[in-house]
Design a protein around this ligand. Structure first.
Ligand SMILES: Nc1ncnc2c1ncn2[C@@H]1O[C@H](COP(=O)(O)OP(=O)(O)OP(=O)(O)O)[C@@H](O)[C@H]1O
Ligand SMILES: [Mg+2]
Length: 230
């Protein structure tokens, strides 16, 4: 599905540069469940931004189904992103003035889907993540885990082929984190490709394989597809 070839990412800080990713090559296949792990600052979120075509690499190539994404104009990149990817990022907050259901409906209105279809779909998605009883609540009236589930429902509104989740359970107590993991895993069982950043080794072991970063580089032998348990 995705092939990265010698991807590097430098951040220019006026005078100094930070090498956030160095010469990373890897493949993610359709239906995979991959965990990205590594110490703070090792380049995990940078990698997620590049995989999600939210940011472009400074070197190397990104192929999506053999199309060279690097060469596409921004508008086309955005179209691919909106149609095929779902994001569960801590920085992608819910809109505080919109209710749970309105937050889930929003991406569908950007996609031009009619009101009734949007609403029905948002109801289904919120029920699926166990929030059928919280649809009209504003984010501030929801717990952290509930907010994260609204974010998951929103990320599913475009029927994504790929879900990118950056520490989706990071701010949650372990029982709430478990609910999120189970939702991601049931999506993966339905064929959705899942790439998740986690600091939690137990969560890493549940993934099909682990992509391990150190100082912006893949550690040798990573990802170990032989150890794949999916
Ligand atoms: N916008 C930016 N400008 C400059 N440097 C950046 C920027 N974003 C990240 N960096 C640097 O790039 C490196 C990788 O950052 P990244 O956010 O990818 O790490 P991470 O592995 O996600 O860490 P964490 O586990 O703390 O979230 C870090 O050294 C960071 O300081
Ligand atoms: Mg990060």
């Amino acid at each position: 599905m995705i092939r990265l070839e010698n991807i590097s990412k430098q951040y220019d800080l006026g005078g100094t540069t930070v090498d956030a990713l160095k010469d990373v090559s890897l493949e993610i296949n359709r239906g995979d469940y991959a965990a990205i792990m590594g110490p703070s600052g090792s380049g995990k979120s940078t990698m997620m931004h590049i995989l999600g075509i939210l940011d472009s690499a400074t070197g190397g190539k990104y192929f999506l189904e053999d199309y060279d994404i690097t060469a596409l104009p921004d508008k086309e990149q955005a179209r691919i992103r909106n149609k095929h990817f779902g994001f569960i990022f801590q920085s992608f907050n819910l809109f505080p003035e919109l209710s749970a259901i309105e937050n889930v409906m929003l991406p569908m209105s950007y996609a031009g889907i009619p009101y009734k279809t949007r609403k029905d779909k948002a109801v289904d998605l919120l029920q699926e993540v166990g929030l059928g009883h919280r649809m009209t609540h504003l984010p501030t009236m929801l717990s952290g885990g509930e907010q994260q589930r609204v974010a998951i429902a929103r990320s599913l509104s475009n029927d994504p082929d790929l879900i990118l989740a950056d520490e989706p359970t990071g701010n949650l107590p372990s029982d709430k984190g478990e609910e999120i993991m189970e939702i991601l895993e049931s999506l993966n069982k339905r064929g959705v490709t899942v790439v998740m950043v986690t600091h939690n080794p137990a969560q890493g072991r549940r993934a099909g394989y682990v992509i391990e970063l150190r100082d912006g580089m893949l550690i040798p032998g990573s990802p170990n597809l032989e150890a794949q348990n999916v």
